[in-house]
Write a protein that binds this ligand. Structure first.
Ligand SMILES: *Cc1c(COP(=O)(O)O)cnc(C)c1O
Length: 361
């Protein structure tokens, strides 16, 4: 036995299993397992990446001013209270590192995003999982789950993998009811998909205990470049900037994200196509006897009779070249999460689920 051991909590972290991207022996595979934008990144972002190759020998900006100002302008937020990270995952990591640790608790919900538990454990904190109400965030259960040890509460709104969301009045009630030493983190990875929803930005401005996180990985189609951001009270952003590495984002990533956030026409097109195809997909699945909750994100959580049926359907879809996501790890073993793809992909997945329900195996 070696005397060299990691900090408590680290070995409780299960290694992350990502969405699959290929199936042995099957061609023409469609990946609907990671909530990626089926239309890819904006052409303007692609151009920015090409231009950036001439500057690869330069260290990138350390204050991210260009990107923060673009975010400020396009989202109507104060650029001085924005922090950029290597995906919003890194902002979640900063929050846990800076505000939680041994002897403290981090609260999230039973079908909440995997990074909350991982980052809490990595910081040495105790993860606390509270119930949802029929796959919807339950504010009362969260409040009941908080103690004088709670430092952070994470909710994704819309949530992944349920696709459901709660209203701003409920979120405000949550922020209002939290213990005074506790910060509420609103994960807005899918906020752009909800027309007219600011992800909680206004709430951040009116309170001193709310932080919002956002990402370029979903609607902006830049998951491969790893860019996210956080918006919070000035003193919280100052704290997070102290744990942030000075060159955490590459110049290429910064340039692409800045171009993407300014390409409002592309954003609008992706949002409206997603809404149209998501509605179509949910209705087609329902006609095949596969219900789902009303989704406000870029995926649908398809519910099956039980775990066995969900897994059999997943295997059948794989054999047909369709990769969706099992969500047993999110306490939803009877469900499959299906990303809203382009129209041919949506038709293909609905058609094959229909065949599966009609008896194909
Ligand atoms: C995809 C996702 C993220 C974002 O991850 P990035 O690190 O920004 O790629 C954050 N939260 C939720 C709930 C997500 O589904």
């Amino acid at each position: 036995m070696t005397a060299i051991k990691p900090q408590p909590g680290i070995m409780d972290i299960a290694l992350y299993v990502g969405g699959k991207s290929h199936v042995e022996g099957v061609t023409n595979v469609v990946k609907l397992s990671s909530n990626e934008n089926p239309f890819g990144p904006s052409p303007a972002a692609q151009e920015a990446v090409k231009r950036s190759v001439h500057e690869l020998h330069r260290y990138p900006s350390t204050d991210h001013r260009g990107l923060r100002e673009a975010i400020g302008e396009m989202h109507g937020v104060d650029a001085d209270r924005v922090i950029c990270g290597v995906g919003s995952d890194e902002i979640i990591t900063f929050l846990c590192q800076a505000y939680s640790g041994p002897g403290t608790e981090v609260v999230y919900t039973e079908h909440g995003f995997a990074m909350y538990r991982i980052s809490a454990l990595a910081a040495g904190a105790t993860p606390v999982e509270v119930k949802e109400r029929e796959r919807v965030t339950d504010v009362d259960a969260i409040l009941a789950g908080c103690t004088d040890k709670t430092r952070l509460v994470f909710i994704a709104n819309p949530n992944n993998p349920t696709g459901t969301m709660i209203g701003l009045a409920e979120i405000e009630r949550l922020a209002e009811g939290l213990p005074e030493q506790c910060l509420l983190v609103l994960d807005g990875a899918y906020a752009e998909y909800v027309e007219g929803y600011d992800g909680g930005a206004k709430l951040v401005e009116h309170r001193d205990n709310v932080v919002m996180t956002r990402t370029f990985s979903k609607l902006y189609g830049l998951g491969g470049l790893r860019v996210g951001w956080g918006y919070g009270p000035k003193d919280v952003i100052d704290v997070l900037n102290r744990v942030r590495g000075p060159f955490n984002l590459s110049g290429t990533a910064l340039a692409a994200a800045e171009a993407a956030v300014r390409d409002t026409a592309y954003v609008e097109k992706c949002r409206s196509e997603n809404t149209r195809l998501r509605t179509w997909l949910a209705e087609a699945l329902a006609e095949h006897g596969v219900p789902s909750d009303t989704s406000t994100a870029n995926f649908v959580l398809a519910r099956f009779a039980d775990q066995a049926e969900a897994e059999a359907c997943d295997l059948y879809l794989q054999s047909q070249g369709l990769i969706v996501r099992r969500v047993g790890g999110y306490n939803l073993p009877n469900c499959l999460r299906i990303t809203v793809g382009d129209e041919p992909s949506c038709r293909r997945v609905a058609h094959n689920i229909g065949l599966f329900k009609a008896g194909a195996r």
